[in-house]
Design a protein around this ligand. Structure first.
Ligand code: OXD
Ligand code: MN
Length: 579
């Protein structure tokens, strides 16, 4: 172990004053002991051991059920480095505000030192983080979500290159809750929340916010993207990176079941939430999934929507804020058609039927290795070469099912404009309002978003064979509010068009917003979608898009003259094409 690590652990212990310090080794014995202790203390409930062996339910504080973006900060030296879309807290103010909250915060508790590795062991992409936490629930989740324990210390060797993260539950009050990122030190401080994205510092804090800054400096990319593999009928393997705002079905898309197996199209999962991507010597962009587990939204997950997820979390998994049946099975809206009698709701009370039994942001945490669709290449240390990027949000109108960019710059422009209706994954703000979410990174980019656009443009210059960029929208509705597109597995048909376009094999028509398929360009075999519905799914209405261009213009104003000139040019060119 390095001196830097030991010194940091000693400093934290002096500040937080735990009763005990435990260095996690990641062993089976350790997690068994820890889970047993949590069952004894009521932090976890063991679920039905026949149907869900080694699975547990955790009920969080009802005030602590989602990421809290308004309490999440970037503590870069200078406010302008954080940009207009992040909350900024000066490093000095952050220390002054948070130090008293950490002062003695671990008294009577155990302090866990949790080394973890992001990325496969031995991969040049992989990075080590160390989280100090007083939450055994966080330790158990980190053990699923990352390669945790000795494996990380071995990767670190005698290097000092690790990202430290300090987490304490504090008193769980939102009034004393802060999550901040000291960018110059690659350090995260989080206090006052035990919820996933606020407390599992490996995920949004390190693998996205901190990593996005490291990636900018080192010439790679940390993105809020799923990675999936498509095997074509000739046996070739294609790779898709997909960025969608939270709760738009990334996990379902990453695990989709091919409706075209008989035609020889197979789909496998590499990752469902985060991708680290770097240019290869071949001029392509190569990606790894730095995580080792899935932290998915439970409600809406069922046999018909995501059977692969159902097979992934039925052992060795953790459930948070779901309901429970009388037989101690986890339950949520969408897992079954019928609602069993005798449910206990997510708060632990007998369910009255007046509100959802599970929290809308209830989660499962499960090992990626258990996923039936996991690709044999998911732990390939070299990563996989990305053929196409998909960007999408939830748009009830306007955005067609799919459209393709005409250049890398146009693709970066398109990706910067995606928007989505807000969901329950964000604790603050109204649900159902459309907000712009460039590259689905708005809550996760650790620096000025305009500089992030520059970085995307620069990366394109380093790639002789960049991924083709597409926007998709599975969520378009008809006048009566019904979905136009069946979604789920059928989304493969859209992916296939994109992959064929990347190979120069499928047709497209030019429109003012980009290239669109005609219905005949899509593989629709076995799918019953009427011609009228397809026309509506692929409709581009100039008047609506003129309004959209105005909104994008307003959004871009936030960035002032830091916005790359070529993005402003793309917007004017769009306006020109719309007339
Ligand atoms: C997540 C999120 O939990 O994006 O992955 O909110
Ligand atoms: Mn996410």
């Amino acid at each position: 172990m390095t001196t830097r690590l030991q010194e940091w652990v000693d400093d934290v212990a002096r500040m937080t004053r735990p009763d005990r310090i435990h260095w996690c080794d990641g062993s089976e014995g350790e997690i068994e002991r820890l889970n047993g202790e949590m069952v004894d203390s009521g932090v976890l409930h063991a679920l039905n051991d026949d149907a869900y062996p080694n699975c547990y339910l955790h009920r969080s504080d009802p005030q602590d059920v989602a990421r809290t973006e308004h309490l999440t900060f970037i503590s870069s030296a200078d406010e302008s480095q954080a940009g207009p879309t992040n909350n900024w807290l000066s490093p000095k103010d952050a220390r002054e505000k948070l130090t008293p909250l950490y002062d003695g915060s671990m008294k009577g508790r155990t302090m866990y030192v949790v080394p973890y590795l992001m990325g496969p062991a031995g991969s040049p992409f992989s990075k080590v983080g160390v989280e100090i936490t007083d939450s055994p629930y966080v330790v158990a989740n980190l053990r699923i979500m990352t390669r945790m324990g000795n494996i990380a210390l071995e990767h670190l060797g005698d290097s000092d290159d690790f990202a430290p993260g300090l987490h304490s539950l504090g008193d769980l009050s939102p009034d004393r809750r802060f999550i901040t990122h000291f960018m110059d030190e690659r350090l995260v401080w989080s206090v006052g929340s035990g919820y996933g994205g606020n407390a599992l510092l490996s995920k949004k804090c390190f693998a996205l916010r901190i990593a996005s800054v490291i990636a900018r400096d080192e010439g790679w990319m940390a993105e809020h993207m799923l990675i999936l593999e498509v095997e074509m009928p000739d046996g070739s393997l294609k790779y898709v990176g997909g960025a969608f705002p939270s709760a738009c079905g990334k996990t379902n898309l990453a695990m989709l079941i091919s409706p075209l197996e008989q035609q020889g199209y197979k789909v496998r999962t590499i990752g469902d939430d985060i991708a680290w991507l770097a240019p290869g010597e071949d001029g392509r962009l190569w990606a790894i999934n730095p995580e080792a587990g899935f932290f998915g939204v439970a409600p809406g997950t069922g046999e018909d929507t995501n059977p692969n997820a159902m097979r992934t979390f039925n052992s060795n998994s953790m459930f948070t804020n779901v309901a429970m049946t009388a037989d101690s099975l986890p339950w949520w809206e969408g897992i079954s058609d019928d609602t069993p009698d005798g449910l206990t709701d997510w708060r632990g009370d007998a369910w009255t039927g007046k509100a959802p039994a599970s929290h809308p942001n209830a989660r499962y945490t499960c090992p990626a290795s258990q996923c039936p669709s996991i690709s044999p290449r998911w732990e390939d240390g070299q990563g996989v070469p990305i053929d196409v990027f998909l960007f999408g949000g939830r748009r009830a109108r306007l955005a067609p099912l799919v459209y393709e960019s005409t250049s890398w710059e146009h693709g970066v422009f398109m990706a910067s404009t995606i928007g989505s209706e807000t969901t329950a994954a964000q604790q603050s703000g109204a649900v159902g309002v459309t907000r712009r979410d460039p590259m689905a990174m708005l809550p996760f980019c650790g620096y000025h978003m305009a500089d992030y656009f520059h970085h995307w443009l620069d990366m394109g210059k380093k790639l002789t064979n960049p991924p083709k960029v597409f926007c998709v929208n599975w969520f378009r509705k008809d006048a009566d509010g019904g979905w136009l597109w069946p979604g789920f597995g059928e989304n493969l048909r859209v992916l296939l068009w994109a992959l064929q376009r990347a190979e120069g094999e499928a047709g497209a028509v030019e429109t003012p917003i980009g290239l669109l398929p005609e219905p005949a360009d899509l593989n629709l075999e076995g799918l019953s979608v009427s011609g009228g519905v397809l026309d509506e799914l692929l409709a581009v209405r100039r008047d609506e898009w003129r309004g959209e261009a105005d909104e994008v213009g307003e959004f871009y104003e936030k960035f002032g003259d830091r916005l790359p000139a070529s993005m402003a040019d793309q917007l004017s060119a769009l306006r020109g094409r719309l007339g």
